[in-house]
Design a protein around this ligand. Structure first.
Ligand code: GH3
Ligand code: MG
Ligand code: MG
Length: 366
């Protein structure tokens, strides 16, 4: 039936089909069958879809089973009153925003206040003025639409934020933690280890002669090697470990609850796995080795996380100098022997380079 066909109502300039709220589903709650019939007829003539229930308990069940776009709610009902229905619907956080228009026979301020305080969004008094009802319905449905648009925007923003956060923490090539994020994790993990007096180890891993991979096979092959290496590192590490790309072809692994000896065993296992791995890429394959430096807390020379990383880096440096493809432990026998030998060699080189007193004197007099 067209809207203009019903008595007591002027035709609106906007046709029902153009109405943005057209087709909204309205739940009519009223304990009088006659009221329900009259309301449904009206609402449907305005282009709304309707459901109807005759008591508060059924209303709550219907709302939970299939949330309507709006509830037209009678206040005066036996057992569960309209006030109670409003309170329960608005208190249910799992439901979307559902506007509630209370219909009250009592044109008293008290009933309206109670309804609005229970969570109703608007009210209309009986006997119902249908032009007013129509206007209130449309206004409420408009608010719902705006609310939904806002929620959608908020969801999108949260999603974008989450993506940005992930991007800012992740290395684009390997998907591992990037250096910045790794440093953040390091600080947290180190503090945690100190507070709980739990051991904590750091492993630095650097591919040997990686530059020649790029030089010989091209940068893309180099990228592929880095990606495959990161998969190996991830596979070898435990769930609670952190693996990150520290720099170009240098990776850092943070091992909580791990003593230095265990970290050495771990690094040695990874070293062997890399040594035995064939890196394949379009157009070829190759083998590569890696060098490792390992440090751990507690250790008398390691007071804060910076020195833990520096120690692993120093050990890595010694591993490279000693011929690569090996695992060196900070402050271990090999580490100290190498540095002592190097210091001796440096001292000898310096002594050889220094001109003797006589040579110096001769130069001055000459
Ligand atoms: P060493 O055994 O002493 O570590 O020698 P190396 O060649 O591995 O080390 P070096 O520091 O001389 O060279 C590192 C190379 O890593 C140079 C650089 O072009 C390459 N590299 C760094 N980042 C990337 C990357 O993202 N992709 C590719 N393909 N290569 C990279
Ligand atoms: Mg390298
Ligand atoms: Mg390097």
């Amino acid at each position: 039936m067209p809207a203009e066909g019903l008595p007591g109502e002027s035709a609106t300039p906007q046709a029902a089909g153009e109405d943005a709220e057209h087709g909204a589903r309205i739940l009519v709650v009223d304990d009088h069958e006659d009221n329900i019939e009259v309301l449904r007829l009206r609402l449907e003539s305005w282009g709304y879809r309707t459901d109807a229930v005759k008591d508060g308990a059924s209303a709550l069940r219907s709302v939970e089973a299939s949330p309507p776009d709006l509830i037209l709610l009678d206040v005066m009902m036996p057992e569960v009153s309209g006030i109670e229905v409003a309170r329960r619907v608005k208190g249910n956080k799992s439901l979307p925003f559902i506007p509630i228009i209370m219909q009250t026979a009592l044109d008293s301020t008290e009933a309206k206040v109670e309804g609005l305080e229970a969570g109703a969004d608007d009210y209309i008094t009986k006997p119902i003025d249908f032009a007013e009802l129509k206007a209130r319905l449309r206004s409420m449905l408009r608010i719902k639409r705006l609310q939904e648009a806002l929620e959608e925007r908020e969801r999108e923003l949260l999603e974008v934020n989450e993506r940005l956060r992930h991007m800012s923490q992740t290395d684009g090539l390997t998907g591992l933690d990037n250096r910045r994020h790794l440093n953040e994790r390091l600080e947290e993990m180190f503090m945690h280890a100190q507070r709980l007096a739990e051991p904590f180890s750091c492993v630095m891993c650097d591919l040997d002669h990686f530059k020649s991979v790029n030089d010989t096979h091209g940068h893309q092959a180099g990228d592929e090697v880095l990606k495959q290496l990161s998969v190996i590192l991830k596979e070898e590490a435990r769930e609670i470990d952190r693996v990150g790309r520290y720099g170009g072809e240098e990776f850092m692994l943070l091992l909580p609850g791990t003593v230095l000896d265990a970290a050495m065993t771990f690094a040695e296992r990874v070293r062997k796995r890399i040594e035995g791995h064939t890196f394949s890429f379009p157009g070829g394959s190759l083998s590569r080795t890696a060098s490792f430096g390992v440090s751990g807390w507690p250790h008398p020379k390691i007071k804060e996380c910076d020195s833990l990383v520096r120690a692993a880096d120093d050990a890595l440096y010694v591993a490279k100098e000693m011929g690569r493809n090996r695992v060196i432990r900070f402050d271990g026998t090999e580490f100290n022997a190498h540095l002592a030998q190097k210091d001796g060699a440096d001292a000898r080189t310096a002594a050889a380079a220094r001109p003797s007193a006589s040579e110096h004197g001769a130069a001055v007099s000459g």
